[in-house]
Design a protein around this ligand. Structure first.
Ligand code: ZN
Ligand code: ZN
Length: 291
């Protein structure tokens, strides 16, 4: 793709005949207004989006946006890379010493209390994204990340909301902590990144697996193998926009209107018709987030 194409939004895909939801997006990180993004998505059959919070301010915004738009549901959380920043301080921002003086663990507890408050709102359908990220967070942040993950599991269970998991290079530890804490009734692995063996474990536990645009990438055969064994009744689709733009638009900005590109690639992997997979995914997302 020519470099000048990088700034051009990918074209509208052919509309889906069966409407689905983008199960995980970040509208607050995308170009243009919420109304524009929703209209563009709806024009190709993506009529619902789950707006995901990553910090307290973003979670408040998600809840407000969901309250204002029928098509938007919210999830609220401190991202697994955010929790260590709250406890230890941002190495690129204020000093770690300063963060400790400002509160450390107490600061995390205060932020979690804010998430807990938002979790009670009716338009907040899930707690996430939470989980573990061993790629971005180093060993010094693991304790804070785990404490935050466990606290989010507790909040999800107490409020009866879905748990939305971010798992980056931390499969075994995420599954272990879910076992130790006892998983909430509804668990969604967002941007599912495990292999076929893990998909079997998730299937046995009844965890939803949400696939993002990276399932279309050339080097993602293990992910397609996982999708192939995932039961159709546990499969969701997401953009994680503005990240993970599906092929052939890799490198350009992602947005909910590109869900059909990923869904069509998924249907091929599963050997299902586009309509059959869309019907399953629509029902699964509504069940996962109880809307
Ligand atoms: Zn994530
Ligand atoms: Zn995300």
């Amino acid at each position: 793709m020519a470099p000048q194409d990088k700034n051009t939004p990918p074209p509208l895909p052919e509309p889906l005949r069966v409407a689905v939801a983008d199960s995980h997006t970040h509208l607050d990180m995308q170009e243009g207004s919420v109304e524009e993004a929703l209209a563009k998505a709806a024009s190709v059959g993506v009529t619902t989006v789950v707006q995901v919070g990553c910090d307290l301010a973003g979670s408040r915004w998600a809840a407000e946006t969901a309250a204002a738009h029928e098509a938007v549901h919210a999830t609220v959380a401190l991202h697994p890379n955010e929790a260590p920043r709250i406890v230890l301080g941002d190495p690129d921002g204020w000093s770690r010493q300063g963060a400790r003086e400002a509160g450390g663990d107490a600061a995390l507890d205060a932020a979690l209390a804010g998430i807990d408050e938002l979790a009670a709102l009716p338009q907040v359908r899930g707690i996430g994204e939470t989980g573990l990220d061993h790629f971005r967070t180093g060993p010094e942040g693991i304790a804070a990340q785990e404490r935050s993950f466990r606290a989010h599991i507790e909040i999800a269970k107490r409020h009866g909301k879905a748990l939305v998991i971010h798992d980056r290079e931390a499969h075994d530890d995420v599954l272990r902590i879910l076992r130790e804490e006892g998983a909430p009734e509804r668990v969604v692995f967002h941007c599912y990144s495990g292999d076929a063996d893990m998909a079997r474990i998730c299937a046995a536990a009844g965890y939803f697996m949400s696939f993002a645009g990276n399932v279309t990438f050339k080097n993602a055969q293990p992910l397609r193998d996982a999708l192939a064994v995932a039961p159709p009744e546990l499969v969701l689709v997401e953009t994680d926009a503005p990240f993970l733009t599906p092929a052939p638009y890799r490198g350009r900005a992602n947005a909910p209107y590109l869900v059909p590109v990923t869904l069509r690639a998924m249907a091929e992997v599963k050997g299902m018709t586009e309509d059959a997979l869309a019907t399953a995914v629509a029902a699964n997302t509504a069940r996962a987030f109880d809307y």
